[in-house]
Design a protein around this ligand. Structure first.
Ligand SMILES: *[C@@H]1O[C@H](CO)[C@@H](O)[C@H](O)[C@H]1NC(C)=O
Ligand SMILES: *[C@@H]1O[C@H](CO)[C@@H](O)[C@H](O)[C@H]1NC(C)=O
Ligand SMILES: *[C@@H]1O[C@H](CO)[C@@H](O)[C@H](O)[C@H]1NC(C)=O
Ligand SMILES: [Fe+2]
Length: 272
């Protein structure tokens, strides 16, 4: 449910909806400089959107065994990139046993040519648990969350080249359980005529019947990067036992011992 949103995130989200609704192409900064343009929100557009259930085809985990899912990139500089993903099955219920993160490696294989991964990097992995000491509430323990930072270190390991396309796979090559090939492009080095042409900003994405459309609208405008400023998935409108989202948790469950959350939604944010 999108009803309880941080104000900053909501304002930026609404701004983008306004632009997309206009259906004209958005100029790049290279065509500028322009006066900043803002548009008022069209109140006839729908506000809020219902959460998709976790068993919806879009939100179901669609890999088996220890294959990577929810592969996500995060830029940290023009010569480095974080690659993150999840393996294994989260558990929720009465007797949860944390997975051992050391059972699956965190590897990224990458190179500038498709199918040729001349470079490899290892990273780290972790699990977290949410344990509630209240009767009737379920405990949760996550899948294995992997993070690999590709960057330069200690003078003999080279970082990524700025403004360059890389092909990569991630996973554990010993299983073997590597992902399909994916692609990223590093940011250009900063300079007076070198900068991302277009940056899309989105917040409050959620896992709703409209989240995919929102991302499709953003990518259709060919941004150099999408800045997701937070509130990716909403877990806190749910009981630990799942069920349906409510718009006001304390109104719906006045006797709840704590403001609980349904972590499978939180940890499914990358399936938007
Ligand atoms: C699983 O879901 C991801 C993200 O939606 C998609 O890119 C991928 O193609 C899907 N894989 C399969 C095997 O359906
Ligand atoms: C959840 O974990 C806590 C802390 O270990 C424990 O007290 C509680 O009984 C557990 N709850 C369930 C439902 O297993
Ligand atoms: C948004 O979701 C609603 C259902 O909640 C659906 O009827 C509508 O078609 C969706 N709009 C878009 C643009 O995806
Ligand atoms: Fe929000």
């Amino acid at each position: 449910m999108e009803l309880y949103c941080s104000c900053i995130a909501s304002v930026i989200f609404l701004f983008l909806v306004g632009v997309a609704a206009n259906a004209q192409s958005i100029p790049t900064t290279l065509e500028g400089p322009f006066q900043p343009v803002t548009r008022s929100f069209d109140p006839s557009l729908r506000r809020g959107s219902d959460d998709l259930p976790m068993d919806h085809p879009r939100l179901k985990k669609n890999v088996t065994s220890m294959f990577p899912e929810q592969i996500a990139l995060a830029i940290s500089s023009p010569s480095s990139m974080w690659v993150s993903w999840v393996t294994g099955d989260a558990q929720i219920g009465l007797n949860v046993t944390p997975l051992d993160p050391s059972t699956v490696a965190s590897e990224v294989w990458y190179g500038k040519e498709s199918g040729k991964y001349l470079m490899k990097r290892k990273g780290l992995s972790m699990v977290y648990s949410q344990l509630y000491p209240f009767e009737g509430l379920w405990n949760y323990t996550s899948g294995i969350i992997h993070h690999v930072k590709i960057d330069g270190c200690m003078s003999f390991i080279e970082g990524l080249e700025p403004g360059t396309k890389y092909y990569y796979k991630c996973g554990d090559s010993a299983f073997p359980a590597m992902s399909d090939e994916k692609v990223f492009e590093t940011m250009p080095l900063p300079g007076p005529d070198r900068y991302p042409r277009r940056i899309a900003v989105v917040g409050d994405l959620g896992l709703t019947s409209n989240s995919t459309t929102t991302i499709d609208h953003l990518t259709a405008n060919d941004p150099s990067m999408i800045l997701m400023i937070g509130d990716l998935a909403y877990a806190n409108q749910y009981r630990t036992t799942g069920g349906s989202a409510v718009s006001c948790f304390i109104c719906a469950f006045p006797n709840a011992p704590i403001r609980e959350s349904y972590q499978p939604r939180w940890d499914g944010w990358g399936r938007y």
